[in-house]
Design a protein around this ligand. Structure first.
Ligand code: ZN
Length: 464
């Protein structure tokens, strides 16, 4: 394939030839070879493909397959019934396929139950989750599929029944295709799945999905100790041991050190989920005692006052942040987090100035999966309500872009070198072609659209 007239990082407009899984030539003018596909860039920016350093593929796939059944998408009973009937009609070929709704709130249609659902969608198994996450409402066809109904209440309203449901539904993971195509449309060629409970089964599923083309991105799979013995296969790589800390139920220092030491001994770095100051200090202390290895990282580091920054820098730990939370959750943070901590929320500039390696992940589906929106937030630092949050933490567009690049096993080193990787002969053909030159893109990253995405030399997305 020949990409003609692409703007590269140097600002020069050049032709780029792809052969196999890498860039074969970059020059002012390359002659089209017989049978070669030509992609006209028309001066738009060609960048290395993006890597989302923290997301959850199964949950993202599940969320994309689910119907939103509450505000703001659905406000009343008529809208809810219409939405459910439309969904039932669209995939009519799959009568046993569940209709899965999420985000229900009683302001829509009160305490709906099995009988209500039976009237609206009698022919398909349906279940709707209350937005609290604690309640499922299931119709008769759904209950029949789940097995003998004696354990389920006649109303079809099941509280705290997730384990029961999981056991009945089996552990069939949702298909990844749609989520993967969506990510490809943003120029994402690699992801790190940050599931703390990922084990060899999930790893195998991801590896198979990349092999059969259902998952188009390279995937780094974080997870539990069972992944210690996993050998990288194809586009799937074994990732860090994910450690989920919660301030209200911290392990002992000895337990945490033992986990870190075990992981390091297996050649794996650790990724520790920390949102509070206490969690970060605890994690850093344990890593300090166990000994740090390259690639050890803190996920989120949501509140990082100066003393915490100094600790992270001293131990040379990377931080993987979610700039999109500034917009998506910023208004709630400003209302709920004590004012003295507002300057330390989801920092970025502060980390870089302290010499801390910083990378970005969207945490999709908890955050919007579009990394361009996340980059935009890193530059603008505005909440959805239009309020400024930590403006001193703003990054340049180039630094924001670099958050979504670099080596996923050593995240954040790309930002420090201010580069999102250059494209030259021999570089991997994991690329995304934008719809505009970088000079225009950097003025409003949220407006950027991706025209084509290549992973390993294969076109995995092309705008119609
Ligand atoms: Zn996460």
């Amino acid at each position: 394939m020949l990409i003609r007239g692409a703007e590269l990082r140097s600002g020069r407009t050049l032709d780029v030839r792809i052969a196999g899984d890498s860039v074969a030539a970059v020059a002012d003018r390359l002659t089209v070879e017989p049978g070669e596909t030509v992609l006209e860039a028309n001066g738009a920016a060609l960048l290395p493909g993006l890597h989302d350093h923290h997301l959850h593929l199964f949950a993202l796939a599940g969320a994309l397959e689910s119907l939103h059944c509450g505000p703001p998408a659905v406000l009343n009973e008529i809208q809810l019934a219409q939405r459910l009937r439309e969904r039932a009609a669209t995939d009519a070929s799959t009568r046993d396929e569940w209709i899965r709704g999420i985000g229900y709130h009683e302001s829509v249609a009160g305490d709906i139950d099995r009988a209500w659902l039976d009237r609206v969608v009698p022919g398909r198994p349906a279940r709707i989750q209350h937005r609290s996450g604690r309640l499922w409402i299931i119709n008769s066809r759904g209950l029949a599929l789940l097995g003998p109904g004696d354990e389920a209440p006649a109303t079809g309203r099941l509280y705290d029944a997730d384990p029961w449901l999981r056991a009945r539904l089996g552990s069939r993971p949702p298909a990844l295709q749609r989520a993967s195509e969506l990510l490809a449309s943003y120029g994402v060629t690699g992801v790190t799945d940050a599931g703390a409970r990922n084990s060899t089964g999930e790893y195998r599923y991801f590896a198979d999905a990349t092999a059969c083309g259902a998952l188009l991105q390279r995937v780094v799979v974080m997870g539990d100790a069972s992944l210690d013995g996993v050998i990288d296969s194809g586009l799937a790589r074994r990732g860090q041991t994910k450690i989920y800390l919660r301030e209200s139920a911290l392990p002992t220092t000895g337990e945490l050190c033992a986990t870190i030491e075990r992981s390091h001994a297996a050649g794996r770095a650790v990724a520790v989920h920390c949102v509070t100051e206490t969690e970060i200090v605890f994690a850093v202390a344990a890593i300090g005692m166990a000994g740090r290895v390259a690639g050890d990282r803190i996920e989120h580091a949501s509140i990082a006052p100066p003393a915490v920054l100094a600790l992270l820098a001293e131990h040379d730990l990377a931080v993987v942040t979610q700039p999109n939370f500034v917009r998506e959750r910023g208004d709630a943070y400003l209302a709920e987090v004590p004012a003295r901590d507002h300057p330390w929320l989801y920092r970025a500039r502060g980390f870089l100035d302290a010499g801390i390696a910083l990378a970005g992940g969207t945490d999709a589906p908890l955050g919007d999966p579009n990394p361009w929106l996340a980059m935009h937030c890193a530059v603008e630092r505005h909440t959805a309500g239009g309020r400024a949050l930590g403006e001193a933490e703003a990054l340049s567009p180039e630094e924001a872009l670099a958050l979504f690049g670099g080596d996923p096993l050593a995240p954040g080193r790309a930002v420090a070198s201010m580069g999102h990787g250059s494209i030259h002969s021999g570089s991997p053909a994991d690329l995304c072609l934008l719809d505009r030159p970088w000079s225009a893109a950097r003025r409003n990253l949220a407006a950027v659209e991706v025209v084509a995405t290549l992973r390993g030399g294969h076109l995995i997305w092309q705008r119609a």
